[in-house]
Design a protein around this ligand. Structure first.
Ligand code: Z5A
Length: 230
């Protein structure tokens, strides 16, 4: 009989604009691939499956903005359901490592904490869409909104800001507080990473957190110490 595949591992990156999620996701994926030899699937939200990518295009163009936070949350949720069904759950069932750039915490923070949608509505949508498929670890990249927005704007100087980059600074301050509140409420799942540093320093802390929080995933190298990263 063929041995059962290892348990799939689900890691998510969260944070405000320009926090460095995509940069760090790529680095962590390469690291885990090298150190575990397992298949690492990288993906993003909104998006990650063809239908969810179509919804992403509409959302980031601001098509749903005028209908309010609830309608936007419904569309993010619709995209998430397709993404989970078509990509995330099948990969986890095959025992793969899935690393996702944003997930349900972004709905809590953007449409909930910053957008004003009631927490119980956000929770109800999350329960229906996500069910038991919760991340094993969520890395919340934290930095002052001014710094993140400056990074994001420098990058999108030709295309112009998208739907959420264009929000006022107080929206981004509520967003940051929202992500921090999620980490406080679920400390076993979430780790807050100081992202207001060079990319190499951020990467080193992420590797330490992953090794400490998911000790069965990355075998320690001889002489490599483990510490209880937050
Ligand atoms: N959204 C929502 O409202 N509700 C939901 O449920 C979900 C999402 C799932 C997706 O946009 C939008 O959808 C998002 C939230 C909303 N809001 N916006 N906008 P997106 O995927 O296009 O954008 P994003 O998720 O915000 O990512 P980003 O702006 O691309 O940022 P990032 O991935 O965190 O950063 P990055 O691309 O790695 O880096 C940004 C720039 O900074 C880039 O030029 C890097 O080279 C540079 N960088 C990276 N790290 C550093 C460091 N350490 N120092 C200096 N410079 C750095």
């Amino acid at each position: 009989m063929r041995p059962a595949p290892p348990r799939g591992v689900f890691i998510t990156f969260e944070g405000g604009e320009g926090a460095g999620k995509s940069t760090q996701l790529g680095r962590l994926a390469r690291h885990l691939q090298e150190r575990t030899g397992r298949t690492v699937v990288t993906t993003r939200e909104p998006g990650g499956s063809p239908r969810a990518e179509e919804i992403r295009t509409a959302l980031l163009a601001g098509v749903a903005k005028r209908y309010g936070s609830f309608a936007e949350a419904l569309l993010f949720t619709a995209a998430r359901i397709d993404h989970l069904d078509r990509l995330i759950r099948p990969a986890l069932r095959r025992g793969e490592i899935v690393i996702c750039d944003r997930f349900a915490d972004s709905t809590r923070a953007y449409q909930g904490a910053a957008g004003g949608l009631e927490a119980r509505t956000v929770r109800a949508l999350e329960r229906v869409a996500v069910g038991e498929t919760r991340p094993d670890l969520t890395l919340i990249l934290d930095l002052p909104p001014e710094t993140g927005l400056a990074r994001a704007r420098a990058r999108s100087s030709e295309t112009g800001p998208d739907r959420f980059e264009a929000e006022a600074l107080d929206f981004h301050a509520r967003l940051r507080a929202g992500f921090r509140a999620i980490a406080e409420a679920e400390p076993e799942r979430c780790a807050v990473i100081d992202a207001d540093r060079g990319a190499d320093a951020v990467e080193a802390e992420i590797r330490a957190v992953v090794a400490a929080r998911l000790p069965d995933l990355v075998p320690a190298e001889p002489g490599e110490g483990r510490h209880n990263a937050a």
